[in-house]
Design a protein around this ligand. Sequence first.
Ligand SMILES: Nc1nc2c(c(=O)[nH]1)N[C@H]1C(S)=C(S)[C@@H](COP(=O)(O)O)O[C@H]1N2
Ligand SMILES: [Mo]
Length: 419
Amino acid sequence: MDDIKHDTRGRRQFLAGGAKAAGAIAAGSMAAMQNASAQVNGPEWMHQPGSLSKGYGQPSEFEEKVQRAWGTGYPTVSPGTGASRTPLQSINGSITPSGLHFERHHNGVPKIDPDKHELTLHGMVNQPLVFSVKDLLRYPMVSRVHFIECAGNSGANTLPAAPQQNVQAIHGLFSNTEWTGIPLSILLEEAGVDPQASWLLAEGGDAAAMSRSFPLAKGLGDAMLALYQNGERIRPEQGYPMRLLLPGYQGNMSVKWLRRLKVTNEPTHTKDETSKYTNLLPDGKAHQFPFVLGVKSIITHPSGATKMPGRGFYEISGLAWSGAGRIVKVEVSTDGGASWREAKLDGQPQSKAAVRFRFPWDWTGSPALLQSRATDDEGRVQPSRAAWTPTYSAANRFHNNMIQTWAVAADGGVNNVYA
Ligand SMILES: Nc1nc2c(c(=O)[nH]1)N[C@H]1C(S)=C(S)[C@@H](COP(=O)(O)O)O[C@H]1N2
Ligand SMILES: [Mo]
């Protein structure tokens, strides 16, 4: 209590002194003087105590417009089916807040009671195992930052004409968070995998029973049974009480609400991996199991469907990632790829995780074409539109990692263009 009294007295003395000084400087203008004394006395919220703490915090009410957005193109044939996208234009840094992580549900978000949920590990194992959530919470865990990207992310930019949309609508099926969970290898070792086994099947506990096959090597590698996200238990939309996390693989394979893992010696060819998530090739054949996502970057600031207020300084910034490893370089072009300069990477890039890049830019007011190009530690370089397009059928919408262009017009308007 004493400390608080002292502080208050000190503050009053400071304010009185400050008011005198500011008054002297502003002398001669009544309005300026009133303004100055309002400045010194502080805004209204300094004249009453603030609100009490809340059990669980929310963003400022002035940030209410920062929301996930439902994309178009999802007929509501089955309720809860669709995707909502991360507002990449409104956030900064590299971590996506949990409440803004994009969502893709094939049949809605199940409400799972963790006391009733079980994970079964069976198939080609010495000892089939059934784990309760309570059992799993006692295992040793690891925390790592990883992105999840839907195979359909940026699919709009494979359409014949460039959609006039913002970065959220075009690229928002992408988020990057910290995951904490059990290395899958620990559970597989406990069950004892048959030496003849080579694949795994993962099944979700949603009404879609979404299921995918993945190589056993991935399961024994960096695969994780994730229980926490950004420090708290995984949210229902992201797979509560647990999800499979296959870092760097197409998002679909990170099966949410995981209820079953089966060890096999071949892929199961589930409906989810035969009807979708393949790449259609120019000759009409489909490339199945294109697991590892390409090296990619997108500029989020400035970005599509916004207006730059005028010439002068801008920080061009965005996110870069690779499904194969670590980002080592991001280059930025302001002239549509004629010349490139290296951007600064925020912090130490991690494997299969997004890194924020930043590039200072003085906009002269002339039209400009903004592009970014990422390189990973496997030597993969993000392809141009001209290089990417002939690799696939014109009807293919998946796995678009090509360099993307924002056109800045003389009036400051920013739009998605093909270049
Ligand atoms: N059980 C289950 N797992 C699922 C899905 C689903 O609908 N059901 N959607 C998949 C798809 S297509 C993607 S892109 C990612 C999205 O993860 P997120 O919703 O946490 O962003 O989850 C995958 N895992
Ligand atoms: Mo997806």
